[in-house]
Design a protein around this ligand. Structure first.
Ligand code: URA
Length: 439
């Protein structure tokens, strides 16, 4: 008879687990027969001892099979999914899903997204900042919306990759989130269960990401591509910079407004460039056209306004008021706004993304526990970027919150996140490497 005690001890000694042992573990996580303390003990053993690629692939498959698997066969054309491993100010899904749909090249987006947790934001919270939006749609409505508009984004239901929900909650409280095989299996099990034909993974790397170094990000990217391809899905991973927040806004309605600006061709340069590249990769991985043509096609959707109209269509189809996409002043203002001024003249040398994410969370834009409620209008807008020259006293950022007592804490955290020096920093790349798919 298999015993959880022996499995924990085997991994503790650094020995690879068999397919049967991994399957026993995931079955026990799903049916509740393995207590939390034994699950947590194995997670910690995996954290320290790692897993071989074969173990990780088996773990992913078992997790993907631990709940429902979406059947997207009634959706026309190729279905492509995109996932970010989590960052600060990452509103790319709100921009690239409409770009891909508006390009009208036979590629649809049937996407399930998550909520933010800790210092990282989530697409569902951003969408729900628009009054009326309901991201909890039935399977029938989900497929109908994709067939009608070419895209739909709904909340990730706990019934997909059910074991991940339990495992992620335990990892979150046992300091075992930051472990490559556990991240890869968590992300890819949900992607496999979500049923798209092809997958683009944005592996965030830097101070605001779960993985901080390029080496770790490359290992994670390779592993996820191997898992995707092994499961018969064409998969591309891009390793992208998350040392600084992405774009100029952090916070839910603020990020929707920024997404609308990018879709009007009026957005931050780096964010726009990253979105063009991610959207083009989504078309390319689905074999829609050669890569250069994909770039041209998605760029056109920004220039002719079609991608912005698609975002408005998505909002309406989810029951939301699409006027908010065209008229951001409808969002209204937070009770309190505060300003952070430059303490000295010089070049902005660093803006630590993780601290910025934590500051936004303190202001009310994020949750520290799953059950916390969020303030959709809270957050931060930066008026300058890394590399800009600023004068002493110039406003660097505006902070929005409804919690008066939190504004000062947010300012203090943000103050420590920003370094100003006499000389500018070296330019960091926006995209470090692409793995899989394109040669
Ligand atoms: N995102 C996930 O879905 N899972 C992880 O483990 C990390 C980021």
């Amino acid at each position: 008879m298999m015993r959880m005690y022996d499995i924990i001890q085997k991994k503790q000694r650094g020995i690879a687990l068999s397919e049967n042992e991994i399957s026993f573990f995931i079955k026990g996580v799903s049916d509740g027969s393995i207590p939390d303390y034994q699950i947590s003990a194995l997670l910690m053993a995996i954290y320290f001892r790692g897993m071989t690629d074969e173990e990780t692939i088996t773990l992913t498959e078992c997790m993907a099979n631990s709940g429902d698997r979406a059947d997207l066969s009634s959706i026309k054309g190729k279905k492509v999914d995109k996932h970010s491993t989590g960052g600060v100010g990452d509103k790319t899904s709100l921009i690239i899903a409409p770009m891909v749909a508006a390009a009208d090249m036979g590629v649809s987006i049937a996407k399930m997204s998550g909520r933010g947790l800790g210092h990282t934001g989530g697409t569902i919270d951003k969408l729900e900042s628009i009054p009326g939006v309901n991201t909890n749609q039935s399977c029938d409505d989900f497929t109908r919306i994709v067939n009608e508009t070419g895209l739909c984004i709904i909340g990730q239901s706990g019934s997909f990759a059910a074991a991940d929900k339990k495992l992620y909650a335990l990892r979150d409280v046992t300091a075992t989130v930051n472990c490559l095989p556990l991240i890869a299996s968590s992300v890819m099990s949900k992607k496999l269960a979500a049923g798209s034909d092809c997958i683009v993974i944005d592996v965030k790397c830097g101070s605001g990401a779960f993985v901080k170094t390029f080496e770790e990000a490359a290992e994670l990217a390779q592993l996820m591509v191997k898992i995707g391809v092994g499961a018969g899905k064409k998969t591309i991973a891009l390793i992208t910079n998350m040392d600084v927040p992405l774009g100029r806004s952090i916070g839910n309605s603020l990020e929707v407004m920024e997404a609308a600006d990018v879709l009007s061709g009026d957005g931050d340069e780096d964010l726009t460039e990253l979105c063009i590249i991610l959207a083009a990769n989504m078309l390319y991985v689905a074999n829609a056209a050669p890569y250069d043509e994909c770039i041209k096609a998605v760029t056109k959707t920004l220039n002719d306004g079609s991608a912005k109209r698609k975002l408005a269509e998505l909002v309406s189809s989810l029951g939301g008021n699409s006027d908010y996409i065209y008229n951001p002043s409808l969002f209204g203002e937070s009770k309190v706004s505060a300003f952070l001024a430059a303490e000295r003249s010089g070049y902005i040398y660093r803006i630590n993304a993780e601290s910025v994410g934590k500051a936004a969370m303190i202001l009310g834009a994020g949750r520290s526990k799953k059950e916390d409620s969020i303030d959709h209008n809270a957050g931060i807008i930066f008026h300058h970027k890394v590399g800009d020259y600023v004068k002493e006293g110039e406003v660097l950022a505006t902070l929005y919150t409804s919690k008066i007592d939190m504004a000062q804490n947010g300012i203090e955290l943000l103050f420590r996140a920003i370094k100003i020096k006499d000389s500018p920093p070296k330019n960091k790349k926006l995209i470090y490497r692409t793995i899989g798919g394109r040669v």
